[in-house]
Design a protein around this ligand. Structure first.
Ligand SMILES: Nc1ncnc2c1ncn2[C@@H]1O[C@H](COP(=O)(O)OP(=O)(O)OP(=O)(O)O)[C@@H](O)[C@H]1O
Ligand SMILES: [Mg+2]
Length: 265
């Protein structure tokens, strides 16, 4: 069964799509079979990988017109593409029974084909994101190490808690990923320190450094491992993928709970 991870932050431009692509590609580098799901009507993930317009995108599947139709971007890396059509899906599904679980049902048909399914969420907390959360076991929150990084986080935590309580018991935050980190900037160092205090062990040990190759790769329609395999960006995302595999085997929230159960000697 595939491990499903949503990259979620309703703040825009924090590195969700860059992380989805390069975590997906990094996991492939580590021998995993990966499905990337572009759940954003902006279709940035689809466009960044240079995938031509497909007749079946996530929109047609969510609307019940077709099963999922993965596109093979390269060996081991498949993509469910998006398009601007998706922008009307939330409105069109508003009266659909079980509308929060459509993506989960769709995944049941492809689950066995992958080790990881990575969902690139839109920068909002609407029905599309809700579908991502009911289908996922894990959420990774990318945070740009800038002023206001933590603003709005209480809301994300609240939504995740509610989904966990009412719709998907397995859901948990498995990591917080510091992105666009520049060690030379005092502000970046300060923000990371604050994130560390707020999230403790949930903060992934690898910070994604500010790296121009990560911003350039989409223009070449490539992931970072194709575009600049020896860049800091490739190094950082590979390290993050190793942490993700480790956290999937030994979840932090279960580790913490078992720590708490240990009686004091
Ligand atoms: N580590 C990095 N170093 C330099 N540039 C980066 C890095 N990560 C992301 N970027 C750039 O920052 C911009 C925003 O990143 P991205 O599109 O991944 O964010 P997003 O959270 O998916 O945005 P949206 O909310 O609009 O979907 C992009 O131009 C991307 O190329
Ligand atoms: Mg995006």
């Amino acid at each position: 069964m595939a491990t499903v991870i949503s990259l979620l932050n309703h703040k825009g431009g924090v590195g969700k799509t860059t992380s989805a692509i390069n975590i997906g590609a990094g996991l492939v580098e580590l021998g995993q079979r990966v499905l990337l799901v572009d759940l954003d009507p902006q279709a940035n993930l689809t466009l960044s990988l240079g995938i031509p317009r497909q007749s079946v995108t996530i929109y047609e599947s969510l609307m019940g017109e077709s099963d999922l139709s993965p596109y093979e971007a390269k060996a081991g890396l498949h993509v469910i593409t998006s398009s601007l059509d998706l922008s009307s899906a939330e409105m069109e599904l508003v009266n659909e029974a079980g509308r929060e679980f459509i993506l989960r049902e769709l995944f049941a048909g492809v689950d066995e084909d992958y080790d990881f399914i990575i969902i690139d969420c839109p920068p909002s907390l609407g029905l599309l994101t809700l579908n991502a959360l009911t289908s996922s076991q894990q959420v990774i929150i990318p945070l740009q190490t800038e002023f206001l990084a933590l603003q709005g986080l209480a809301k994300i935590k609240q939504v995740i808690q509610k989904v966990k309580l009412r719709l998907n018991k397995e859901l948990h935050i498995s990591g917080v990923l510091a992105t666009m980190y520049d060690q030379r900037k005092v502000l970046n160092r300060d923000v990371v320190e604050t994130i560390q205090k707020y999230f403790g062990p949930l903060l992934l040990e690898t910070y994604i450094r500010d790296n121009v190759a990560l911003a350039e790769a989409p223009a070449s329609r490539q992931d970072i491992f194709e575009y600049a395999p020896s860049s800091n960006g490739a190094e950082d995302y590979l390290a993050v993928c190793k942490e993700i595999i480790e956290r999937t085997k030994h979840p932090i929230h279960l580790r913490e709970r078992s720590d708490k159960k240990t009686p004091a000697k």
